[in-house]
Design a binder for this molecule. Structure first.
Ligand code: C2E
Ligand code: MG
Ligand code: MG
Length: 741
């Protein structure tokens, strides 16, 4: 390599001058070598000399390699080379420094940005050439380009962001994007330098927002939250805000705020919330309604179930006593019959009817009657076993179903029922006794099914009634026929009065002292066109059971009194009339009143009427009987005790009765001729009557022998076929007239 100074030295003149020149040249060479930039001397646009750096910039190892090279080599194209020449020449010619940055070309052909600074060595003489300083600014240019791109991108982001971006320093806007201005309704640039107070509704709101956000920013945190801002026109904007200090350590750097208008979103959310709330409320309402409906449904179902239970109960039980009714009885009976059939075990049915229950209803009222039935039901239930059924058919009729009971067992139950009924029932202040008449039917002989069994038991019960009540009877086939007749009679009897089938016969009662007819007894007769003459002994109990006796009895009393009125008005002024009174009539509270009214109707004195009672009148309620007797006695009406000796009257009872006369029952009179017992009884009755101040009449006197015994014993009157059968009114009148003569 050739040292630069040796070249310079060889071209330079003389020694003194030469030394200083050489020194200047060395200094220049040092300068060139140590310069950090490329330096080149050109003449005629060719390299005269360059330094090491210049060679390096263009990819050469030694500056000498570039000597004589045209500078076109360093440009990307001939065009670029010429362009530069054209641009540089006028400036250089002025003696000024020309500066430019251009793409240049290295030795290997790669391009790079270089900065060129040129100047003519002697502006007056361009042939002296120029000096250029060249620097490789490629890296610098690339960095600048990258920086420019980044800045452009940022600006683009800033300008086209869909959020408001604001830079604030000391609560004043330093910069904001267009979106922020738009959001608050300002023109571009209108907010520049403004205090942020501008977009708050009030000082208070501004201070409050500051107090909320800045401590966070100062602490290095970002603030995220909602702020209510205010548009230029005063309308509120709700913003979601995110803010951060640019440099938390240096608050004076300010902060950046990203804001987003969420007013619509908030409104939509509010609407949504309201809708949701409304929906929730509706759901709750519907749920409540549904719950109520379900509750109502439950209640209705329960009520319906209770109704159904009640309906079932009413359909199967007797409302008054709570006992099973006929329907339930029939169900149980059918079941019991099946079991009896399959297992060959016995089964009994008892039909129970209370004796004279109707009197309780008639005289004491239905309340007492009902209360009595309830007590009786309890007593019946207490007597039987659990597996037995006690049912009430209505009225005073009960049916007992006794599975497993044979004749013996049924009789025992019937006996127990009788025993139970002997104790009185206390209903309010009434002491009542109520005896049952019972009929028993056995499976299978008296009926193979429920209906037949109960019918048979009913028939047997009826027979028990006819046989003096307060008893029980087993069903027999003969009873069947009799009961059919009883039913026939009951039906026929309903029409008997209106069809004029009833009339009275009269039987004289003879005074034993005078032999004259002292009084006559009215005896009821029923002539039915098909059934013929029906005995009062047969139809009176039926009339009593069916309640027809009251109407019939009243008719008898009126007819007898009207006849007496005629007879007394004609030939027999002292004649008295005996009228039989059923116990049921006697228990009528209005009886004394009825009797008095009828006597006055016929203008007859009360003592011309004699009411024949039976001992049965006092059985159920002795107090009431005594009271009625007292009332009748007070009205002057006479009473006689019919069929005396067959009933249960005690002497102590008799004493209290206002009885005028005892009629000795014909059963004692019949055998007076040969039965010493009857003689004793009859004479005892007569003496007892005398002792009590009562008169006596003997019934059923058929023979002279009977008559003479009675006369001997001091009997007052006699009645019987010996004197006369019961006769029609005209016949009796004829009889009496014969007696008078
Ligand atoms: P009673 O009041 O004891 O009547 C006497 C019954 O004996 C009458 O039967 C009569 O015909 C019958 N008799 C009379 N003398 C003799 C006799 O010498 N020998 C026999 N064997 N019998 C004689 P009758 O008329 O059939 O009446 C039967 C019963 O019917 C009566 O018994 C009486 O209890 C009842 N009765 C009759 N008429 C009425 C009435 O109008 N009202 C009521 N409640 N009962 C009446
Ligand atoms: Mg009589
Ligand atoms: Mg009699």
């Amino acid at each position: 390599m050739l040292a630069p100074h040796s070249l310079l030295e060889s071209q330079l003149p003389g020694p003194p001058f030469h030394a200083s020149l050489q020194r200047a040249l060395r200094e220049q060479q040092t300068l060139l070598d140590s310069a950090g930039v490329g330096i080149v001397f050109l003449r005629q646009r060719c390299v005269v000399r360059c330094n090491q750096r210049y060679a390096e910039i263009f990819g050469y190892d030694h500056p000498e390699e570039l000597n004589e090279l045209t500078t076109e080599t360093f440009y990307p194209s001939r065009e670029a080379f010429r362009d530069l020449g054209r641009a540089a020449y006028p400036v250089l010619a002025q003696g000024e420094t020309y500066r430019v940055e251009r793409p240049l070309r290295r030795r290997d052909g790669t391009l790079f940005w270089g900065s060129l600074t040129g100047r003519l060595i002697n502006p007056q003489d361009t042939s002296e050439g120029s000096i250029w300083i060249v620097d490789d600014i490629d890296a610098q240019r690339r960095a600048q380009a990258a920086l420019d791109a980044a800045v452009r991108e940022k600006q683009l982001l800033f300008d086209s962001a869909m959020v408001g971006i604001v830079f604030i320093r000391d609560r004043r806007l330093t910069r904001c994007n267009h979106h922020f201005e738009q959001m608050l309704g300002y023109q571009p640039g209108e907010l520049a330098g403004c205090s942020s107070r501008q977009w708050y509704a009030s000082d208070a709101a501004w201070h409050e927002a500051g107090a909320r956000c800045y401590p966070q920013l100062a602490a290095g945190h970002s603030y995220e939250g909602e702020l209510e801002l205010c548009r230029k026109d005063g309308t509120p904007v709700i913003c979601e805000v995110r803010s951060k200090a640019i440099d938390p350590a240096n608050p004076s750097q300010g902060s950046i705020w990203i804001t987003m208008d969420i007013t619509e979103r908030k409104a939509a959310q509010a609407v949504l919330a309201r809708t949701h709330e409304e929906l929730e409320r509706q759901v709750q309402d519907r749920t409540r309604e549904l719950r109520e409906t379900v509750d109502n449904l439950h209640r209705e179902i329960n009520e319906r179930k209770a109704d159904q239970d009640r309906i079932y109960w009413l359909a199967h039980y007797d409302a008054l006593t709570g006992l099973p009714n006929r329907t339930l009885l029939a169900e149980r009976a059918q079941q019991a019959i099946r079991v009896a059939q399959e297992s060959g075990t016995p089964l009994a049915v008892i039909f129970l009817d209370l004796d004279h229950f109707k009197h309780v209803n008639d005289s004491l009222g239905h309340r007492v009657g009902d209360a009595l039935l309830v007590e009786i039901a309890k007593r019946l239930r207490a007597v039987v076993r659990d597996k037995d059924t006690v049912s009430r058919l209505g009225g005073d009729e009960f049916i007992l179903l006794l599975p497993g009971a044979n004749a013996h067992g049924a009789a025992r139950v019937a006996g127990k029922l009788q025993d139970a009924s002997r104790q009185h029932y206390q209903i309010a202040h009434h002491e009542l006794t109520m005896a049952p008449s019972m009929g028993i039917a056995l499976f299978p002989q008296d009926g193979a099914d429920f209906d037949t069994l109960t019918q048979s038991a009913d028939v047997a019960m009826y027979r028990a009634k006819l046989d003096g009540r307060n008893t029980f009877k087993f069903f027999t086939p003969e009873m069947q026929a009799q009961s059919v007749r009883a039913l026939q009679l009951e039906n026929a009897l309903r029409r008997a009065l209106e069809r004029g089938q009833l009339h009275l016969h009269y039987q004289p009662q003879m005074s034993l002292a005078t032999g004259a007819v002292h009084s006559v007894e009215a005896l009821l007769r029923w002539q039915h066109p098909q059934l013929g003459d029906v005995s009062p002994a047969e139809f009176i109990p039926i009339a009593e059971d069916s309640g027809q006796i009251l109407q019939i009895g009243e008719w008898v009393l009126r007819t007898a009194l009207s006849q007496l009125k005629i007879w007394r008005a004609t030939a027999f002024p002292g004649l008295t009339m005996a009228v039989n009174l059923s116990a049921i009539q006697f228990r009528q509270p209005q009886l004394p009143e009825l009797v008095s009214r009828m006597l006055s109707e016929f203008q007859l004195p009360p003592d011309c009427l004699e009411l024949e009672l039976t001992e049965g009148v006092a059985v159920d309620d002795p107090h009431a009987a005594v009271s009625t007797m007292d009332q009748l006695h007070a009205r002057g009406v006479r009473m006689s005790m019919d069929d005396f000796g067959t009933g249960y009257s005690s002497l102590s009872q008799l004493k209290r009765f206002q009885i005028f006369k005892l009629k000795i029952d014909q059963s004692f009179v019949r055998d007076l001729g040969n039965d010493t017992n009857d003689r004793a009884i009859v004479s005892a009755i007569i003496r007892m009557a005398q002792a009590l101040g009562m008169r006596t009449t003997a019934e059923g006197v058929e023979t002279a022998g009977q008559l003479s015994f009675l006369r001997e014993q001091g009997c007052d009157e006699a009645q019987g076929y010996h004197f006369s059968k019961p006769l029609s009114a005209p016949e009796l009148e004829a009889f009496m007239r014969r007696q008078l003569t």
